[in-house]
Every structure is written in C-alpha cells, then in structure tokens.
Design a protein around this ligand. Structure first.
Ligand code: ZN
Length: 162
C-alpha cells in the first residue's frame, strides 16, 4: 500500500542541518505516526512521502519555506525583565508560551538577557533552515472512519484520548 491522502503512516526519521548535525530523530522503536494529507507534518516532508511504500527509505532536503518558514525579524523583541513572573531565573535558551492579541499561542525562546531586559525570539527554532531528513517508512494503512472523523490517528503513537 502506498502513501496517499487519508492513510496512516508510521515512519522513523533522522533530521540533520546542512552541517550534518543531528537536530532530532524518532526514538528507537518509536516511529512518528501521522494521518497523511492533513498538514500534520511540515509540507515539504509530507510531499516527499506521497506515493512511497512501507519498507522504503529515502533522503530529502526540505527548503525552509516548506519546513518551518523563513525567519521573521519582527518576532524578535526586547522586553523588560520584570515582566517575567520569576524574573531572576530567566536565562538564555529558556522557552515560554505566550499568547498574542488574537489569542494565538506561540513559543518564544530567550536569546539574550541582561540586568534590565530580556530578548525573546518568537520564530520557530528551526525557522530559516533547510532540513535534511533520512526517512524509513515502517507502516502504511488506511485510516479508520473514526480516525478520519477526528482528523488524527488513534492507537500506538496516535492521539491520546482521555
Ligand atoms: Zn480521536
């Protein structure tokens, strides 16, 4: 069975940057599971998976625009340190969840901090970067009607319903 819209795909992957540094990988025996065709994974990787079959392995380089997008310098802001609840503990590399005026949540990363101000970057940490994936497809199956109704995968690696 090949990968197509409304099929459930399980795949193992290693993600590297252009300097072959590993940024992320699926855990040993824990492939990523997703519902194909719904934008659950980055568009460039979803497009590369289309039509492939279980057992196949391939490498793909995804441009930033088809991954986490280009960087937006407007998302880098300097804010007063005392805006943070536990302001003494704020350090470079920490991440916070914020919500903007529209109620959209966004993860920001602290990229600079001095006595008075903290620089936060609302870009995705992988924004502006081409991403290299080494992929092995573990399983391809049809989604159940319930999965299609929910728009996500059930079972191992799927959506955890309470
Ligand atoms: Zn569900």
């Amino acid at each position: 069975m090949h990968i197509a819209r409304n099929r459930v795909v399980r795949f193992a992957y290693t993600l590297t940057d252009d300097k072959t540094q590993v940024l992320d990988r699926s855990g040993e025996g824990e492939p990523l599971t997703y519902l194909h065709g719904g934008g659950a994974i980055i568009p460039g990787l979803e497009a590369a998976l289309e039509g492939k079959r279980a057992g196949e392995s391939f490498n793909v380089r995804v441009a930033a625009v088809d991954a986490y997008g280009e960087r937006d310098d407007d998302l880098v802001q300097s804010v007063p340190r005392d805006m943070f609840e536990d302001d003494d503990a704020v350090k470079v590399g920490m991440q916070f969840e914020t919500s903007d005026d529209d109620g959209e949540t966004r993860v920001v990363t602290v990229t600079g901090a001095d006595a008075d101000n903290v620089t936060v970057d609302g870009n995705h940490p992988l924004a502006g970067m081409p991403l290299n994936f080494a992929v092995t497809i573990v399983e391809v199956r049809d989604a159940s009607t319930e999965e299609l109704r929910h728009g996500h995968v059930h079972g191992p690696g799927g959506h955890p319903h309470d």
